[in-house]
Design a protein around this ligand. Structure first.
Ligand code: PLP
Length: 350
């Protein structure tokens, strides 16, 4: 390994040579149709946009999601629009409300704006507690819902999101982060986002589509919200995007059968691994996505557990303050997870 165990536990840096099940990446790359489309377009990479690639991507998304192309914007991943939403809709007067634990990137952007995020515990069955989220800050600028949630992999039903929309103030915006939705096969909030002017749905190709390093994400929202989000750069995201990623994304998005097959492959491996945890007497949070939280029990330090796994050649994920005895583990390939189970058996005996 190029890093020591101590270095690996301190950062999200990949431990090269280890089984990489720490960052919620896909265990495999883009579908072959996407790779072919990306390599074909590389030869005309002298053009900013060789042949209306943005419009082709928007048309593909519109077709698959049943929304209009005007609601769709492409990004280099979903981190940038997430930051932009916080910057646009939050201020020291207009707060940010999220679950706890959840994907914390919005907290860091909020801190930069001097906005104190309100963090609301998940319900006992690990949904976003939308009623408590609204009660905690009834006049927030942004309510962030991550479904399936990172790190728990649990879904928040559309009915809960609809409740929040029906009860929040008119000018508050709800951001639904659906980074892992293809792994869950669950109902999306995309149609809600396109039919109202106070919901943004965020998608990424970094997860099921296996394109984390290629960088492609999407937002689905009313054009009025985009006008607000794009104020400081004249509305130009166009030239941010590598055409290889756009062409790849356009080619893979409609491959419904392959998407289902990849999801089912992940579910089989995830359930086999969770059954193993159960056999070993370990608790975990049941998940609908390509990750799960494993609970080592009282007195166990997740950083020490990460280091113990790295010593066995397996890089598992980090912990969250809300669940101080758990680590997040990404579901890798069948082979990756066999190595995880073998490492686990050694680590818990040590
Ligand atoms: N949202 C969630 C919930 C994530 O877990 C991640 C990455 O792990 C992102 C957004 C950002 O991913 P990307 O910028 O690769 O689209």
């Amino acid at each position: 390994f190029i890093t020591t165990a101590a270095q690996a536990q301190q950062s999200a840096k990949a431990v090269i040579g280890a089984v990489r099940i720490g960052s919620n990446e896909c265990w495999t790359g883009p579908f072959s149709e996407g790779v072919q489309a990306a390599s074909a377009i590389a030869s005309v990479g002298n053009r900013y946009e060789p042949d209306n690639e943005h419009a082709k991507l928007a048309a593909a998304v519109a077709q698959v999601e049943g929304v209009t192309p005007e609601c769709i914007l492409a990004w280099p991943g979903s981190s940038d629009p997430l930051n932009r939403a916080v910057i646009t809709f939050c201020s020291p007067q207009k707060g940010l409300v999220t679950a706890n634990p959840t994907y914390e990137q919005s907290w860091r952007t909020a801190a930069w704006l001097s906005v104190k995020p309100t963090r609301v515990p998940l319900t006992p069955d690990y949904r976003h507690d939308v009623k408590a989220m609204l009660a905690a800050d009834p006049n927030a600028g942004l309510y962030y819902i991550c479904s399936p949630n990172n790190p728990t992999g649990t879904l928040t039903p559309i009915a809960d999101i609809e409740w929040l929309l029906a009860n929040k103030p008119k000018d508050s915006v709800v951001l639904v982060d659906e980074a892992y939705i293809h792994f869950a096969g669950a109902q999306s909030a995309a149609k809600l986002a396109c039919s109202r002017n106070d919901v943004i749905v965020m998608r990424t190709f970094s997860k099921l589509f296996g394109m984390a390093g290629m960088r492609l994400g999407l937002t689905i929202a009313h054009p009025d919200l985009y006008k607000k989000m794009m104020r400081y750069d004249g509305g130009q995201v166009t030239n941010m995007l590598p055409m290889t990623a756009v062409a790849c994304g356009t080619a893979v998005l409609p491959l419904a059968d392959k998407i289902v097959a990849r999801r089912n492959e992940m579910i089989a491996v995830r359930e086999e691994t969770l059954a193993h945890l159960k056999k070993r007497g370990l608790k975990y949070i049941p998940s609908q996505a390509n990750m799960f939280m494993v609970d080592w029990g009282a007195g166990k330090d997740p950083k020490a557990m990460q280091a113990a796994f790295v010593a066995e050649g397996v890089q598992i994920g980090r912990s969250w303050d809300a669940y101080p005895t758990m680590n997040r583990v990404t579901v890798g390939s069948a082979e990756d997870m066999a190595k995880f189970r073998a490492a686990l058996d050694k680590v818990i005996k040590a």
